[in-house]
Design a protein around this ligand. Structure first.
Ligand code: GLN
Length: 218
């Protein structure tokens, strides 16, 4: 059995060692008895998203997000929308999380148009959210308590009826109002670096299980 992972923009969206999440998917997937293969999809790569089970997107600074926005608008955003609505498992971390929403507005008022794969938007605020981020996943996302750290100026505002990934125990999360991240179909977004999955194996298994279930393997 194999799970195919797309690591999107690894050369640009890899803040604070977020590539460690790929290592965790491989290691914990192996412990669960299946192989995890990984393809890197860099900026300018025109290959389509066909046949991936998991799409992983790490964190990035405004400048890196600005570099990516034109390609998202041109074609990759439509592919992300199709993948999410088709139930592909997606995990976005911070900047990679923001990229799943409609846009990210920088401090200078510049709107970076993103995929709109999930109904939310993000807007930068002068006071950065920096520090430990602990949250409890909602039951539909496994209920694990997750510990990581956050460092973002963006605040995320979820659309009507869109569920957060969890509730904040310590830190800011989406915007200081108690929700952290997003869960929509099999798309997961979170502000938690760490890297997230090596530090939180139960949540890593939740992500892997959503991909396995979609393949009828669990
Ligand atoms: N540039 C975005 C922000 O500041 C995302 C930062 C990140 O990925 N850590 O909100």
């Amino acid at each position: 059995m194999e799970l195919k992972v797309c690591h999107l923009y690894p050369e640009l969206l890899n803040l604070y060692g977020d590539t460690g999440n790929i290592a965790a998917l491989r290691f914990i997937g192996g412990k669960m008895g299946f192989r995890v293969s990984v393809e890197r999809m860099t900026l300018g790569d025109r290959r389509s998203f066909g046949g991936y089970d998991i799409i992983f997107i790490g964190g990035g600074q405004d400048s890196e997000q600005r570099l990516i926005a034109p390609e998202i608008k041109a074609f990759r955003g439509a592919e992300l929308r199709a993948a999410v609505s088709d139930g592909v498992t997606v995990l976005g971390i911070c900047g990679g999380y923001q990229l799943l929403g409609h846009y990210y507005e920088t401090l200078g008022g510049e709107k970076l148009e993103f995929s709109g794969a999930v109904d939310f938007y993000s807007k930068a605020f002068p006071k950065r959210a920096v520090g430990t981020l602990r949250f409890k996943c909602l039951p539909e996302s496994g209920g694990a308590e997750v510990t990581g750290f956050e460092n973002h100026s963006g605040r995320t505002f979820l659309g009507e009826g869109i569920s957060p990934l969890g509730t904040v125990v310590e830190g800011v999360g989406n915007n200081g109002c108690g929700g952290e991240g997003v869960r929509f179909l099999n798309a997961f977004g979170t502000y938690s670096h760490g890297p997230l999955l090596p530090n939180n194996p139960d949540f890593c298994r939740t992500v892997l299980m959503t991909a396995l279930k979609r393949k009828g393997l669990h």
